[in-house]
Structure formats: structure tokens, C-alpha cells
Design a protein around this ligand. Sequence first.
Ligand SMILES: O=C(O)CCC(=O)c1ccccc1C(=O)O
Ligand SMILES: [Mg+2]
Length: 316
Amino acid sequence: MSEPVVFDIEMRVPFRGIARRTGVLFEGPAGWAEWSPFPEYGDLEAADWLRAAREVAKIGHPAPARDLVEVNGIVPALEPAAAARRAVESGCRTIKIKVAGLDQSLDDDVARVGAVRAALPEARLRVDANGGWSRQQARVAIGELAPLGLEYVEQPSPDVEDLAWLRGLDLGVAIAADESIRRADDPMRVKAAGAADVAILKVQPLGGARRCLRLAEELGMPVVVSSAVETSVGLAAGVALAAALPDLPFACGLETRRLLATDVTANPLNPVDGVLRVGAVTVDPDLLAACRADGEVTRFWLERWDRVSRIVGADR
Ligand SMILES: O=C(O)CCC(=O)c1ccccc1C(=O)O
Ligand SMILES: [Mg+2]
């Protein structure tokens, strides 16, 4: 295993309130891997992200069942005109729009989704609330947004019970579970509670593509693979999972490369006409060097790397 390289890349479009994306890249016998748990996550949660990265470096990605993956354009909580511009620029036929942000009212959300709908009348639209609504707020919000035409609403409220309650109301919009799977002690509770129509799976937080493949089978519901806003190296693990799933009925949430200002490869994983080509990502040493973090960020990540490596165990 190579020495960890700490990267620090500016966000072209701020997302989740972050202006820079930082993390670690390292190379193993099977290729380059990315470990980039969000800075506020604790070491135990970050350990699953490291298991995922080690799997990529040591044994590589699972075998693909397809060579193209359709993706959704991602629209952060922007003003309506900027949101519509980003949606059109993405070139995607499916668009995911962030809603329920702390500084956003329901009127803001309706205006943003409405602007995207007006710009792309034929697109499939989905929204992601990141658990930002109470179940009553979600009921009202979904009622207002549904007439704009939504294929699903992702994590409208925080808890599995909220999702199950909302799903039981038959609001005419499917419910997708994200945080209720990737941050839960037991992701299978979503199934047991009948809380979702669609499962969002992210490779790093769920401990690797192979674990995600098992989880998809156990959940027995359609899966959408989504990124954690990674460089093309991390994104490639999501693309590989999407490519390996037996069924892929929905576009995946893997259009986030363009949120970053730079990348570590000369062939970044940007979709063309909403489609990503499945294949290896080659790290360019000069681009990698240009993304290297400064002393303080490097120190934060190398200390975290040491602590979390100890949790995950010996390198074999
Ligand atoms: O799914 C997508 O289209 C983009 C990825 C995304 O939304 C995301 C990225 C980082 C952290 C959380 C999320 C999320 O799905 O909530
Ligand atoms: Mg989500």
C-alpha cells in the first residue's frame, strides 16, 4: 500500500455547506482508492469508509454487468434561476434537487423545483430533503411539490418511522431512504418497517461495493447508487457498484464531479448526455501533486488515518 496522499480541492459549487473537499488517496495492488469521510464524522463511522477504500485498493471493483450508467444532474439549494441553469448544464434527463435546507422555506423549495421543471419539462425530477422536515412538514411539502412531477422524495424526515408513516399516506410520490440506510445501526429496518420504495446506497459509508451488493439483495427494492462528492477516484467505486448491480431501474446520483474545481485524473468522471462510461480511472501524478493539502489539513487527515486504521485493523 502506498503512503496516503492528502488532497484538498475547492468546490466550484458549495454543497452541504462546504467550500472545500478534503480526504486521502492511496494506491494498492488493485489501484487507487479514496478515503474521504466528512470531517465532522466520528472515527467509528469513518472506519466503514476506510474498509470501502481498502477493498478498492486491495481487490478492486466488482465485475461490471453493464458499461454505461445513467446519472441524475445534482442541483444544490441555489436561487431558482441558478438552479435551472445548473440542471440544464448537467445535460442529464433526471435531476435531483436539494430541498428543506436550514435557511430555506417551503416557498423557496417550490420556487427552485418549479424553475427546474419550467426549464426541463420532460425531465424526471427527484428531491432530497436530507431528513430536514418533520413528518407533518414533509406531508405538506410533498403535497405542494408533487404537482411539479416527482419520481421520488429522498429522506424527507429523519427517522425510519417517519418514512413509513409518510409512505402509508399514499401521497402519490415514492419514498427513498438514504440516511436511514447509510447512518443506521441496522439498514434492514427500512425494509422491516416498509419505510421506502427505493434504497439509496453509497459505497464509502456502507463499507464497500461488495457489502452494498449484498445489502441490495437483502433489501429487495430498487437501488440508486449515490456519491459522497468524491474525486473521480472515489466516484469510480460508485460507478462500479452501479455497473455491478443486477438491476438498475433509476438514474444514479453520480454527477457530483463537476461540483469540484479540479480533479486528480485527466479523464474526470463527468457524464456525457447524462451517461457515465464504466472503466478505470488513471491518476495523473502532476494533477495529484497540484491537489496536495497544506500542513494543517494534512496533519488532521494523517492523524485521523492513523486512529481509524487502528480501528479497522492490520493491513494484510
Ligand atoms: O445523489 C446525488 O445526486 C449526489 C450526492 C448527494 O446528494 C450527497 C452527497 C454527499 C452527501 C450526501 C448526499 C445525499 O444524497 O444526501
Ligand atoms: Mg440523500
